[in-house]
Ligand binder design. Structure first.
Ligand SMILES: Nc1ncnc2c1ncn2[C@@H]1O[C@H](COP(=O)(O)OP(=O)(O)OP(=O)(O)O)[C@@H](O)[C@H]1O
Ligand SMILES: [Zn+2]
Length: 493
């Protein structure tokens, strides 16, 4: 471990309702699973908030020296329109409406999702399994549950028997749902479906003749249940028990509750040690959601093309805005809040630039070690990014005082601060100065243009040796010149 503070990382575990010291099952390895998007539509900023939150968890665990296997799936089948196992498959519906193959829908929105994640500087997970790529594993898992007598078949569909399961295990622990109330709330549905109880949920659904996405199974042609997919994919890559499972808090019930029940039924083990749930991003005080249309899309923010916004905002500013709230707190997006984040972000980036040019003094006259420790304390306190950012701004204040010559750091402290600041801002929080990289590109462009002009002049002077030398040396540096009728252009190899 790089920092002694890492020993004290605590995580709020939804299952126990408490902050707990993080102790991985097999240190230094950490297994983490996060429910990925259902790729039937463009991701909205709410979805992005959850993935950015877990990106920081992934980055910070790595920063602490853990070897993290991060699995984030793609749901490309089986997610029905409502939680009661009824309605159309979300992807099949989109395919029907747009007259596309379901896999065309999946491909389009998976590619779009990856692009947006890259824009937000979200690292790719270690494994990104798809539900349709794991049908065999899902059938095996259903078989195990059937063998335990905790699921039953009706007319080609398999349902999980919640009441039977509850004879030996609690159900509703994660979401804190009272099962008696759940039963009371669904009583009127009793007898209306082929399920023995409205509490039961589908592990496998028989495909109706018109259902497009269908697979062969021991129970006839059908498709897997959404909850089952995540259980099969998480345990395949992370084992029957793993460290962290995350997702948005809207997934606690029924999705994650069902995941726990399925895994316990199959393997007699609690699958997950730490359940983490990210709170919702709201727009006009209401949850951002694809289904209700109350959304703001990343593209709309980057282009400023939305009546809600006064101007465009960069992805780094939006990422910063998201990290200024704790992942377990609700966050409402507004133009004013984004403007404030933009100012804060610029101040942070300017301080980073200033710091890189600062020269050391002979002694340190402020306590940089404690200042850095406070940032770690915040991160170790259940990834408290808003407090960590506030502590970074305290350091920014000193950076500006050092620039004015009013404070100093000795060589050793200054070197440590430069390294720390870079790692915390860029590697852990994932905040990169886009203006700076745009500036770098513009500078590179100008430098190459000077060389192109010099080569042109050398040719006019019949100094072909020099002209070739410029071309060859640029090529060695990975810059290829191309002579066209319109002039010379370049490509970066
Ligand atoms: N408003 C939101 N704020 C934060 N996270 C969200 C929000 N809405 C969804 N998520 C999270 O985004 C992830 C992907 O969600 P998914 O693709 O299943 O659909 P969805 O956005 O929940 O669909 P819908 O918006 O139609 O309810 C999940 O972890 C989910 O909890
Ligand atoms: Zn899931």
């Amino acid at each position: 471990m790089k920092n002694p503070k890492s020993q004290q990382l605590t995580i709020y575990n939804t299952l126990t309702g408490q902050k707990e010291r993080f102790e991985p099952l097999n240190p230094p390895y950490v297994g983490m699973y996060v429910c990925g998007p259902t790729v039937y539509n463009d991701v909205h900023l709410g979805n992005c908030r959850t993935f950015i939150s877990f990106d920081v968890v992934f980055r910070y665990l790595q920063h602490l020296g853990y070897k993290v296997r991060y699995v984030r799936n793609i749901t490309d089948a089986g997610h029905l329109e409502n939680d009661a196992d009824e309605g159309e498959d979300k992807i099949a519906k989109k395919a029907r409406l747009e007259q596309l193959e379901p896999m065309e829908v999946v491909q389009r929105y998976t590619v779009g999702f990856h692009r947006i994640m890259e824009r937000f500087n979200v690292l790719p997970p270690s494994i990104e399994p798809t539900a349709t790529g794991h049908i065999v594993e899902q059938i095996q898992l259903i078989r195990k549950i059937l063998d335990k007598g905790l699921a039953y078949e009706v007319n080609g569909s398999i349902y999980f028997d919640v009441k039977k399961y509850m004879e030996s295990e609690p159900y509703g622990e994660l979401s804190g749902r009272n099962v008696d109330e759940l039963i009371a709330g669904t009583r009127e549905l009793e007898g209306q479906s082929e399920k023995r109880s409205p509490l039961d949920f589908a592990l496998w659904k028989k495909a109706s003749p018109t259902h497009i996405m269908r697979w062969e199974s021991p129970w006839g042609e059908g498709f897997p249940g959404w909850h089952l997919e995540c259980s099969a994919m998480s345990t395949k890559y992370l084992g029957e028990q793993f460290d962290i499972h995350g997702g948005g808090m809207d997934l606690k019930f029924p999705h994650h509750e069902c995941e726990i029940a399925q895994c316990k039924a199959a393997n007699n083990k609690k699958p997950v040690r730490y359940w983490m749930h990210a709170n919702m991003l709201t727009l006009n005080g209401k949850r951002m959601s694809k289904s209700t249309g109350n959304t703001l899309l990343p593209q709309e923010i980057f282009s400023g093309q939305n009546a809600f916004l006064s101007k465009p905002y960069s992805s780094a500013v939006v990422r910063f805005f998201i990290l200024q709230a704790h992942y377990r707190s609700p966050l409402d997006i507004s133009d004013e809040a984004l403007q404030a984040s933009e100012k804060g972000f610029r101040r942070l980036m300017e301080a980073k630039e200033t710091l890189s040019h600062l020269k050391a003094g002979t002694v340190s006259d402020w306590d940089v070690q404690s200042a850095m420790a406070r940032v770690y304390e915040a991160m170790n306190d259940d990834f408290n990014t808003p407090v960590a950012i506030a502590e970074l701004f305290e350091i920014v204040r000193y950076i500006n005082l050092m620039k004015a010559g009013e404070q100093h750091l000795c060589e050793k402290d200054l070197t440590e601060l430069k390294d720390f600041f870079h790692r915390m801002v860029e590697d852990v929080l994932g905040l990169k100065d886009e203006q700076r990289s745009m500036l770098d590109t513009a500078r590179l462009d100008a430098v190459i243009q000077v060389l192109i002009d010099m080569r042109q002049k050398a040719r006019q002077d019949r100094n072909y040796a020099l002209a070739d030398q410029i071309r060859d040396q640029l090529l060695k540096a990975g810059i290829q010149l191309k002579d066209t009728k319109e002039g010379t252009t370049y490509t970066l190899l």
